[in-house]
Ligand binder design. Structure first.
Ligand code: GNR
Ligand code: NI
Length: 171
């Protein structure tokens, strides 16, 4: 088990389209373990492999409330099969855009197919926070960030702030 470094805006790797997993082997399982360790330590409720610089279609998630038992979930090659017309709005954040939060409107419910850690095909119908988080993570696998769903004015403002901070810390 190892903690991995979470990459942050404006790291261009966040814009990569991640590759599907062919077989759930020991290497994938080791990456998933590291992703959970990294996600819990951050702390975050979800993590896409690209956030630890691995461009594979792997997502870890735990939506358990603080003080409740852990509820680790893994979604490999997740795909949205259906999304509702009805939308919902959540205040989102992202470990790759630290300390920035904004309301995002997305489909309220989604049906997602994925592969589990045993390599078995699964489907889930999600609403609420799970629906939001699955869409946020599947976006990451496609190089999309939650700031792509907010106004251009707000997006440009946050991009500029992170570009400045990156410049300051590399100079
Ligand atoms: O920790 C996280 N919280 C969160 C809150 C609202 C909507 C989505 C998220 S996901 C985020 C972790 C992260 O960046 N996952 O990619
Ligand atoms: Ni994120």
């Amino acid at each position: 088990m190892a903690l991995r470094e979470i990459i942050i805006l404006p790291d261009k790797r966040l814009r990569l389209v991640s590759e599907p997993v062919k077989t759930v082997d020991a290497e994938v399982r080791a990456l998933v373990e590291d992703m959970f360790e990294t996600m819990y330590e951050a702390p975050g409720i979800g993590l896409a492999a690209i956030q630890v610089a691995v461009p594979r279609r792997i997502v870890t998630m735990d939506l358990a409330k603080k003080d409740d038992p852990k509820d680790p979930k893994v979604y490999i090659n997740p795909e949205i099969l259906w999304s509702s017309e009805e939308t919902g709005t959540y205040e989102e954040g992202c470990l790759s855009i630290p300390e920035f939060y904004e309301e995002v409107e997305r489909p309220a419910r989604v049906k997602v197919k994925y592969i589990d850690l045993e390599g078995q095909a699964q489907e889930v119908e999600a609403s609420g926070l799970l629906a939001t988080c699955l869409q946020h993570e599947i976006d990451h696998l496609n190089g999309v960030l939650f700031i792509d769903h907010i106004s251009k004015l707000k997006r440009d403002r946050v991009k500029k702030r992170f570009a400045k901070t990156a410049k300051r810390t590399t100079e």
